[in-house]
Ligand binder design. Structure first.
Ligand SMILES: *Cc1c(COP(=O)(O)O)cnc(C)c1O
Length: 392
């Protein structure tokens, strides 16, 4: 990649990150945390598609000292880019890769009791946080198995520094889900308290993600593992509207107008001739496609983009590398113009939540599928759009 890379990054399709908005979100989230609770940003899946190196670098500059990732190799990548402090791997690591945990000073989640034994069998000390299952039934040792969990503390090669659980229904306000979530919190803190009494006083306990923090701040432990909110979004647009803290979107997604065409009535465009012009129609071909993470489900008029402050509907089927839009009625569009897929243009804007709603998913999926072909550019808070940092 780097060999061919030109100094100009806004060539085809790219992501712009607002450093100012990231800082705003960090401060807004930190203001919600009790004094003894530290923000532990979640940088999995390339920081929800934003670009983990850039985001982590900014966070480190802001004084953040603890991070989460999903995989051991995501942790390695952060270390290689100079990230210090604690990096917790939330997901499964194969025993063949345990050596990487040590080599890069990563902290591994103990996903259950048999896994604790595998980690211990490495024969050399590994830092861990114990995952506890309080009802999600994904990862974690069952919260009821106090003796198994206590025994993990005694395993010779496990340096147990934390214990955590994950809420599975913190995002709804149904009474049943609230009861369930409170039960998760109670069982977890009861367990953590007993372990701390039994000789692990410095064990860090944590439970909250973004929705947990917004809806159950009273459950805050020593860390808050915040992902989606950090990026200035929630899973749905409706949730974002109801959100009591003001978050600002960090990411904009843009692409170039490659070519402009005029179609007469009855002429078709794109694969399968899925679009047919009803009358004289002007189209633009954009240099972004589903391989970049633009959902193909936005094809045929479901989605739209912004060009020169005006909406241009997507026509025909989105291709792997390109997308057609209808620009009839948008004056002066020129090849090389910017098209905004997520972000602002003039007085209009399109959010990741809009794309999620149009395609029946959540913003988390829209973000995390944004592909490696997109350049990621961090835009300075002071200078007007000046580039201060590049993704690689
Ligand atoms: C992804 C993840 C988070 C972050 O969730 P958000 O809702 O994005 O804040 C926290 N904890 C665990 C275990 C996760 O997998």
């Amino acid at each position: 990649m780097s060999l061919q890379k030109s100094a100009f990054l806004k060539g085809r399709a790219w992501i712009e990150l607002s450093a100012a908005n990231l800082r705003h979100n960090v401060e807004a989230i930190q203001a919600l945390l009790p004094a003894n609770c530290e923000l532990m940003p979640v940088l999995k899946a390339d920081a929800y598609g934003h670009g983990a190196k850039l985001v982590a670098g900014e966070l480190q500059k802001m004084g953040i000292r603890a991070f989460c990732v999903a995989t051991v190799l995501e942790g390695v990548e952060l270390r290689r880019s100079g990230i210090r402090g604690e990096i917790l791997v939330l997901g499964y690591t194969h025993p063949e890769q345990f050596y990487l945990l040590r080599r890069y000073s990563l902290t591994q989640t103990v996903v259950d009791y048999p896994y604790a034994q595998l980690l211990n069998d490495l024969g050399r000390e590994i830092r861990v946080h114990i995952g506890v299952d309080t009802g999600m039934h994904r990862l974690g040792e069952n919260v009821q198995n106090f003796h198994r969990i206590r025994y993990m503390l005694k395993m010779r090669n496990l340096r147990v520094e934390g214990i955590f659980t994950h809420l599975c229904a913190a995002d709804t306000d149904s009474p049943a889900d609230r009861v369930f979530t409170r039960m998760q919190g109670e069982k977890f803190f009861q367990l953590a308290g007993s372990l701390q009494e039994e000789g692990a006083p410095r064990l860090k306990a944590h439970i909250l993600g973004s929705y947990g923090l917004l809806h159950y701040p009273e459950l805050a432990g020593n860390y808050a593992r915040i992902g989606i909110a950090l990026y200035g979004a929630l899973s749905t647009g409706a949730d974002a509207k109801r959100c009591p803290v003001h978050l600002r979107p960090v990411l904009s997604l843009k692409a170039r107008v490659a070519s402009i065409k005029e179609l007469g009535a009855g002429e078709s465009a794109g694969y399968g001739r899925a679009f047919t012009a009803k009358g004289k129609t002007k189209t633009a071909t954009l240099s972004i496609g589903y391989a970049d993470g633009l959902p193909r489900a936005l094809s045929c008029g479901v989605g739209r983009v912004l060009i020169r402050g005006k909406f241009a509907p997507i026509i025909g089927f989105i291709c792997m590398d390109q997308t057609l839009v209808d620009i009839t009625g948008i004056p002066d569009v020129t090849p090389g113009d910017e098209a905004v897929i997520i972000g602002e243009s003039g007085k209009e804007s399109i959010s990741a939540a809009d794309l999620a709603e149009q395609t029946g998913t959540i913003t988390n999926e829209i973000f995390s599928r944004l592909g490696p072909r997109l350049e990621r550019i961090l835009v300075s808070p002071e200078a007007k759009g000046e580039i201060i940092s590049l993704s690689s």
